[in-house]
Design a protein around this ligand. Sequence first.
Ligand code: AMP
Length: 388
Amino acid sequence: MFKALGVGEETCRAIEEKGFKKPTPIQEKAIPPLLEGKDLVGQAQTGTGKTAAFGIPIVEKTEVEKRVVQALILVPTRELAFQVAKEIKDLGKYRGVKVFAVYGGKPVRKQIELLQKIRPHVVVGTPGRVKDLLERGVLKLDNLSTFVLDEADRMLDMGFIDDIKFIYGKTPAQKQTLLFSATLPDEIKEVINRILKEDREEVYIEPQKPTVETVSQKIYRVDNENLLKTFLEKLEEIPFGKAIVFTQTKVEADRLAKHLRSLGFKTAPLHGDYSQSRREAVLRDFRRGRINLLVATDVASRGIDIGDLEVVFNFRLPQDAESYVHRIGRTGRAGRKGIAVSFSPVSDDDRFIRIRKLVGNSFEFVNLSEKPLLKGLLKGRKKKSYKR
Ligand code: AMP
């Protein structure tokens, strides 16, 4: 099926090994024009297969005998840099495409050494570190043929615009430019008009709705003092191969992981206080199944992709409703079914209301508390849809 889009044999073999049976909609729409060399705007979120949508053409177009950087992909976070690099490395393995990820949080000297040793065709990086390497003269973009801005809206939100401008200024005039973004505010449209060719291809993929279609959700309302007890009961009841538990704070993640370990769970905490190398080690252990229950703060809720994650637990509901969608979207990816089980202590009724506003009645609600629901909780909602 990828062959019909113009993808060569070696890359098709790598795609097959990754287990992709057929192209996702964004791949179907983006791969042919990208192979033709067109610029492209893709409005799509993670989970749509957008990485392979640009990764496959990049791999295909790499001139492997030329050991110079031919494609640069800018991403907002280290986790994403690591993940995107891994995916392109997988896709390019039979063509011999060398890929390298650069990001802050790792000693720059070590990265320079590796960069010079690997001599990659493709560099994936966060804007700050890429700029740094350009300024040091160790990264050269004179032979660049493809420039990708991934998650452009998030990069702008994170204040990377000046770094991006600097980097763009170092790229040759003749090149293919790709921009992916989940949203297209005016600021992004301006960037598009400024740096992409007029005859660009534009691909819009409907935002994924992990909440309704691919994740079955359950929310337990509990008395505050019963939170831990109910959580542990459900953790025992629900079978899973791999699961994440989201906590509100780093301290809570550490404490809960310690407690779960004492109960015999194969678990580890993951949050922003840990060094990059420790976070990577934890994620590696999780991918390989050495641990199967990750206790994480929201640091892990965006971008991270664990294909066989079956259950997301929210030890407590997150403060903002969008985080809820991001968290539960870690499961139910790429056509699989996922389960999200959340616990809402009575004191968090307000959070529950906000989440319900955003996701509608896409979840099953189980009220285990005798306490009256917060005023207004039932407003605008038919009583009968609650399980009491
Ligand atoms: P992305 O949107 O790039 O974050 O991709 C989401 C997930 O879907 C990743 O685990 C990819 O490896 C996977 N994926 C990408 N393309 C396909 C495909 N054609 N078939 C099945 N899975 C895919």
